[in-house]
Design a binder for this molecule. Structure first.
Ligand SMILES: Nc1nc2c(ncn2[C@@H]2O[C@H](COP(=O)(O)OP(=O)(O)OP(=O)(O)O)[C@@H](O)[C@H]2O)c(=O)[nH]1
Ligand SMILES: [Mg+2]
Length: 392
């Protein structure tokens, strides 16, 4: 189970797909379905070049009439042992195994170090000091590591932790507590639901959006992508490839177009076509570049003008391999646009996976998804228990 409740229950039956607006530059690959009562065309926003409409690519995937309530709000840390766990689908087991495998480096760093540290030794205060060092080097951060270790001292004094396994179990419980303690964002109900994805260059925003579109599409959500990265050459093409793979429409404009205008058009197209989830890609930007952060604020403002309450989520994508620098990115992005959650990518291939715990604690923001590879399926709603289990 994850930490963030994106939506409440869907109460509308899925609609038939509306044809793209007349302004679409590409013909759909399939004959247009009968048009439902389309949202009234609104007057263009002042300063928003709506006469340059986004390009719409026809979608191919059928959407499934299903409800989506994901990621769900977090469970309280003290889960009762009596409560029978829900049966796990096969796919989840497969992912769990993969998560454990991909988090191998972080696990080796933490779990492996504990094994070596405790070999033939008594678990005492001195050993805890050394363990603190291990946690810091696994990028849990000094503050989080200190707190976790402090949490263990009482148990060590009472000699409750007799071996490595007991020590790992106690540490794992402490990590779970930190990860589940972040406040969930209240869910809002609005259509279309708009998610804006932000982050520094190359962290995996576009890839994550492709995976998210796939994930939500499988849940029956009618996704539409907005290519607001008009800065990097071929950025829109990259998103388009994902849209094709997933089978959802995309709104894009020419290279160099105003990113806010694309975001505006994307929401408008979603409204006209009865899409219920819009995911906006944005250009990678250094969190320290003031003018670029201003541009992000503008996209946020324009989205809100087009649809009150939008964007409903602002997800910051963080590359887990950057370790502690992710913290300063999170802080500065949060100052520019109010973040609602985090996505940690590239958790495969790093021993710094501990940064997950440090960020959750420092930012008090839920980690919504984790990316553990480049494939369509390599994204998962973040689950603290699952994560802790994969590390130990
Ligand atoms: N191993 C691994 N690679 C990833 C993951 N997510 C993304 N990548 C890779 O990271 C690289 C950058 O990904 P993009 O999605 O283009 O990143 P971006 O943030 O959109 O980049 P810009 O738009 O240039 O700022 C690509 O090679 C992706 O395949 C992940 O979870 N694991
Ligand atoms: Mg990108």
């Amino acid at each position: 189970m994850g930490l963030l409740n994106f939506w409440k229950k869907k109460d509308k039956p899925p609609q038939e797909e509306a044809p793209p607006p007349a302004s679409s530059q590409e013909a759909p690959e399939q004959p247009p379905a009968p048009q439902p009562a389309a949202a009234p065309q609104e007057a263009p926003l002042a300063g928003t070049p709506s006469e340059a409409p986004g390009e719409l690519v026809a979608e191919t995937a059928p959407s499934q009439p299903q409800e989506l309530i994901l990621p769900a709000p977090e469970a309280p840390p003290e889960t009762s042992p009596e409560a029978a766990p829900p049966p796990e689908p096969e796919k989840k087991k497969g992912f769990l195994a993969r998560l454990a495998e991909r988090l191998g480096k972080t696990r080796e760093k933490i779990s492996g170090s504990i094994d070596r540290l405790t070999l033939g030794r008594k678990i005492d205060e001195e050993l805890l000091d050394e363990l603190e060092e291990v946690l810091v080097t696994a990028d849990l951060g000094v503050k989080t590591s200190l707190e976790l270790i402090e949490g263990l001292r009482g148990q060590v004094r009472r000699q409750e932790l007799s071996d490595a396994e007991a020590l790992k179990a106690a540490l794992r419980a402490g990590m779970e507590r930190v990860l589940t303690s972040v406040a969930p964002v209240p869910s809002r109900h609005n259509a279309p639901h708009v998610i804006m994805v932000v982050g520094v260059n190359g962290v995996g925003k576009t890839t994550t959006i492709g995976k998210l579109a796939n994930y939500f599409g499988q849940q029956g959500r009618k996704v539409l992508l907005g290519a607001s990265d008009t800065f990097r050459a071929a950025a829109a093409e990259q998103l388009e490839i994902w849209a094709e793979r997933v089978g959802c429409p995309i709104v894009r404009q020419k290279h160099g177009a105003d990113p806010s205008a694309v975001a505006y058009d994307a929401v408008e197209a979603a409204q006209n076509r009865g899409r219920d989830l819009v995911i906006i890609d944005t250009a990678g930007r250094l969190h320290t570049k003031v003018n670029l952060m201003e541009e992000l604020k503008k996209i946020h403002r324009v989205l809100n003008k087009r649809l009150e309450g939008a964007p409903h989520e602002v997800l910051l994508v963080l590359d887990a391999t950057t370790g502690q620098n992710a913290l300063s990115q999170a802080k500065l992005f949060h100052e520019a646009v109010p973040l609602t959650g985090l996505v940690l990518t590239k958790l495969d291939g790093t021993a710094k996976g501990g940064v997950v715990v440090a960020i959750a604690e420092a930012m008090r923001l839920p980690i919504c998804f984790v990316g553990v590879g480049e494939g369509l399926e390599d994204l998962r709603p973040f689950d603290p228990q699952e994560f802790a289990a994969a590390i130990f």
